[in-house]
Design a protein around this ligand. Structure first.
Ligand code: UDP
Length: 415
């Protein structure tokens, strides 16, 4: 099996995964939407879940007859420091931003808005970084939607008060969970993200290749491997993962593998990796890998080769990593936050935890009960197949185009 990217899958390749009816339904819906165009805007071409999804959604929507353009905004270090603070504040950090910070944010949005065209029927702006673009494009005849991928359950009021008036200029806002839909004057949709079962991150791999990747990075599989594959970010709680692992290891011998890459728009990851390394000390059973960027088939191999996968987030927009792990039939332990409970039905498709201690117990329990772990992984695979594959996401975009033609009640699900 080739280890690098194969051909880009087209819609017909998904018939074997989801069945012919679902593809036919999608094609009919897209034809109903007619010839339309969408512009996607986000802040990074690689690293993190949004870029991950856009790489696949854009070509497949194009195949459905929708013309899609994807632009990445440009910004200097100062801008990305400020937007990182926005992100942290919107997820609940009690940060205090200065007037200069807000000015730097607006200046960068204005400079990008001047360089970009927005002639498409629908403009989808992803996350807070480019949210103010709309303010510099006053006379618009098309629809604009703000797609929020972050956990907005406890937004810091200073940053949300600043951002909200921009969000309310949009025609609609989309969140990954009804749990953190804020009060807004514009219609809202709930819209799950999705993974691509045929891309290098998720397609089947030979066991030899999986074994080879563990060997390449010197992670022995002589005992069970517990892993978290996530950006090094305090919200993903890598320190909590190490503590939980150390608790579990008192009762069951295992290794911990932490894997993460650096997003281009994240100035903080190096510092966090230093803290993670300090927490791990010189423990020979803890393996910490930092990529910039990582190789998709290798991430796929780490997920397939793991005995237990954690996503012990404290705040989380959705966590594609959970869908990826469940798709590979892995037993997954997830923090009960953001979009994770939509994926992990506790005790059925994985285990939800609320603390380091809970995560430690869950690791022990899954490593002691392989039959339970297998059943959770199997159920998890089915849940992802039903709800979180890219074909469903394409359908949501087509429905969004149609729904915006006739906006009605406030909060809706795009099934
Ligand atoms: N990811 C990766 N390499 C890494 C760590 C993560 O490719 O070293 C991928 C991961 O497989 C997933 C995405 O980055 O596809 C992270 O998306 P998620 O929604 O879990 O979190 P985000 O980073 O967007 O908060």
């Amino acid at each position: 099996m080739p280890k690098t990217a194969t051909h880009m899958p087209s819609l017909s390749d998904y018939v074997d995964v989801v069945g012919p009816d679902i593809i036919e339904e999608l094609t009919i819906l897209a034809a109903h939407a007619g010839a339309r165009s969408i512009k996607m805007v986000n802040s990074t071409a690689v690293g993190g879940g949004v870029a991950e999804m856009l790489h696949r959604v854009v070509p497949l929507l194009t195949e459905l007859g929708i013309r899609v353009e994807w632009d990445v905004i440009e910004g200097n270090d100062r801008f990305f420091e400020v937007t990182k603070s926005f992100h942290n504040a919107l997820q609940g950090n009690p940060l205090q931003l200065s007037d200069d910070d807000f000015a730097a944010y607006l200046d960068c949005n204005e400079a990008n808005a001047r360089k970009m065209d927005f002639d498409q029927d629908l403009v989808v702006i992803h996350d807070p970084q480019p949210a103010a673009l709309i303010a510099f494009h006053e006379h618009r005849a098309n629809r604009w939607v703000w797609r929020c991928h972050i956990d907005m359950s406890h937004p810091n009021p200073q940053v949300w008060d600043f951002l909200k008036p921009y969000v309310e200029r949009y025609d609609a806002a989309i969140f990954s969970s009804a749990l953190f839909s804020p009060q807004l004057s514009v219609p809202q949709f709930r819209f799950f993200p999705a993974i691509d079962p045929l891309d290098d991150k998720n397609r089947p791999l030979d066991d030899d290749y999986v074994e080879g990747v563990f060997e390449k990075y010197a992670v022995p599989r002589d005992k069970p491997v517990v892993t978290q594959i996530s950006r090094y970010d305090p919200w993903k709680d890598p320190i909590g993962v190490i503590r939980a692992f150390k608790m579990a290891r008192k009762y069951v011998d295992c290794r911990l593998l932490l894997v993460g890459d650096k997003a281009a728009d994240d100035p903080e990851s190096e510092k966090i990796v230093e803290r993670v390394r300090a927490e791990a000390g010189d423990d020979p059973d803890i393996h910490i890998l930092l990529f910039s960027p990582s190789v998709a088939t290798e991430i796929n191999a780490f997920q397939r080769g793991a005995d237990v996968i954690l996503q012990k987030s404290i705040r989380e927009g959705f966590a594609l990593t959970v869908s990826e792990a469940l798709w590979k039939r892995r037993p997954v332990i997830g923090g009960a936050v953001g979009g994770i409970p939509a994926q992990i039905i506790d005790g059925h498709t994985g285990l939800l935890v609320h603390s380091v201690e809970g995560a430690g117990l869950a690791i022990r329990s899954l490593l002691h009960r392989p039959e339970t772990a297998r059943r959770l992984g199997e159920n998890g695979h089915q849940r992802v197949k039903d709800e979180f594959l890219i074909i469903k996401n394409l359908k949501r975009y087509v429905l969004l185009l149609l729904a915006l033609d006739t906006p009605s009640e406030q909060t809706r699900l795009l099934r």
